[in-house]
Design a binder for this molecule. Structure first.
Ligand code: NAP
Length: 484
């Protein structure tokens, strides 16, 4: 893959630059160095990509499920062949340590195989009619052209999680990745190209002008579905505007995950789990624990282990094999960490470790923030209310089950939640009471391509992955038939 080229637009089976020749720089967040360029497309290129997807749609939907599945299996094979190359590019462009990048590529590839299999299970059904000479049949048919908008934090898997079900269902798709990670998007789409999907089935538009591209997607009548992963703010705005053309919408938005540790749990194990999932991807994950609630009698033990683990993390660039935590994505992410820590400490929080930007050991030009543990957190602090999206673990003390469930649910978000307990009845009660799309019980990784991922409330609409993931790309059609 040639990252010096700026031909990152893929429209109707051809790679091209922007019409104007404009490009934008892509930087390594661990050093601030420019590592490549991407084509800076606008409305005209977007409209051409939509037209290509619309033209390809009747042909692609007419292919049988086995043909579409075979194409996805081929993409899966190629992605595994290129796994190391993709992981290295991801570490460089997005900053996560290589080990994490390798595991993301495999997670991303899983969606290809999962939806290749699901393509063959788009079953219809028949309904007993109250009239004996009538037959009622349900068909499930592809919605049409899809626009997929993706974030930078999981720059490979967030693309395959949308493209695989769309293509499996018989839809065609245009992907607009985040401007921080266009090279990973290019590398993924190159694999679809190499697998020889027909022109127009998958298209890629890179841009630093998301509003212009977004407008073109939203006003198009040909685009029948918008699938978005990103912030709640942008997701709400896009969803509101998508109603003008009545597009189907699915949204994977922000989170504010509670992580609840009861005194009857294995507290050291819980603290180890909290450290692993909190600092994963430098805290830049929608399912990252944002409010860590620990029962009073075990708080000291928990904080000791969590703090020790945070101190042992080794910050470094993605390609540094010894690094266990990478940089934040950009300067504004760093500024948010500094703001949240300053606000919390002013209002009485205690910094157990970290709390500041890291500049030593060659890190000065990157966006590194020390893995941080804060205690004495109260609801008046911004860190208690806002998604952090960075490596800060705020610990809050609680006394009773009812109290902690009420505190955990006291948010507009509803994506992931975690509970540590060894009391079976409590595990059942609390998992039923939490208003979140995902609950992990003694489990920091309750996700898989085979499982439905998504949130309630302001964390989004719809599900990705699982048997439900393909439904988002299918319309239900009722056929009533009166026998002559
Ligand atoms: P973001 O700022 O909302 O950006 C997401 C995508 O939307 C990017 O491709 C962005 O393009 C694009 N965008 C922004 N404004 C647009 C417009 N007016 N029209 C069309 N597209 C537009 O979010 P982010 O900072 O990249 O991602 C972090 C957020 O994503 C967090 O809140 C996180 O929780 C959430 N997330 C959720 C999930 C989930 O599955 N629920 C998974 C991962 C991340 P530009 O890059 O060019 O601005």
């Amino acid at each position: 893959m040639d990252t010096s080229s700026a031909a990152t637009l893929y429209i109707d089976g051809h790679w091209s630059t922007a019409d104007s020749g404009a490009t934008f720089d892509v930087t390594d967040p661990s050093s601030g160095k420019v590592i490549g360029r991407a084509a800076d497309a606008g409305a005209a290129e977007t409209e051409r990509a939509i037209a290509a997807a619309a033209e390809a749609f009747p042909h692609w939907r007419a292919q049988n499920a086995y043909t579409r599945a075979t194409a996805l299996v081929r993409v899966h094979e190629l992605m595994l062949e290129r796994a190391e190359e993709l992981a290295q590019l991801m570490s460089l462009e997005q900053g996560k340590p290589l080990r994490a990048a390798r595991s993301e590529v495999l997670y991303g590839a899983d969606f290809l195989m999962w939806f290749a299999e699901e393509a063959k299970r788009v079953y219809g059904s028949t309904i007993p009619s109250p009239r004996s000479n009538q037959r009622l049949t349900i068909l499930r048919q592809p919605v049409g052209v899809v626009a997929g908008i993706t974030p930078w934090n999981y720059p490979v898997s967030m693309i395959t999680r949308k493209v695989a079900p769309a293509v499996a269902a018989g839809c065609t798709i245009l992907v607009k990745p985040a401007e921080q990670t266009p090279l990973c998007a290019q590398a993924v789409v190159e694999i679809f190209d190499e697998a020889e999907l027909p022109p127009g089935v998958v298209n890629l538009i890179t841009t630093s002008q998301p509003a212009e591209v977004g407008d073109a997607l939203l006003r198009s009548r040909a685009v029948r579905k918008l699938t978005f992963t990103g912030s709640t703010e942008v997701g709400k705005m896009l969803a509101g505007r998508a109603t003008a053309t009545m597009k189907r919408v699915s949204l994977e938005l922000g989170g504010h995950a509670p992580f609840i540790v009861f005194e009857d749990s294995d507290v050291e194990h819980a603290a180890k789990g909290a450290a692993l999932v909190k600092f994963l991807n430098t805290g830049q994950a929608c399912i990252s624990p944002n409010r860590i609630y620990v029962q009073r009698s075990v708080i000291d033990r928990f904080v000791d282990v969590l703090t020790d683990r945070a101190r042992r993390l080794r910050p470094g660039g993605g390609l540094d094999e010894s690094a266990t935590i990478g940089p934040l994505i950009d300067a504004s992410a760093l500024a948010k960490m500094e703001r949240q820590v300053a606000d919390a400490t002013q209002k009485g929080a205690r910094v157990m470790t970290g709390g500041e930007r890291l500049r030593g050991d060659g890190l000065a030009n990157g966006y590194f923030f020390a893995p941080t543990v804060l205690t004495e957190i109260s609801p008046a602090m911004s860190i208690y209310q806002e998604e952090t999206f960075g490596p800060i673990a705020p610990v809050i003390v609680f006394d009773t089950e009812d109290e902690v469930v009420a505190m955990a649910n006291d948010t507009d978000y509803g994506l992931a939640s975690y509970v540590y307990t060894n009391d079976l009845a409590r595990a059942v009660r609390v998992s039923e009471a939490l208003r979140f799309g995902i609950v992990g019980i003694n489990d920091i990784n309750p996700t898989a391509a085979a499982a439905p991922f998504g949130g309630t409330g302001e964390s989004g609409l719809g599900r990705e992955g699982g048997a439900q993931g393909i439904d988002e790309y299918l319309d239900v059609k009722l056929v009533g038939h009166v026998l002559a």
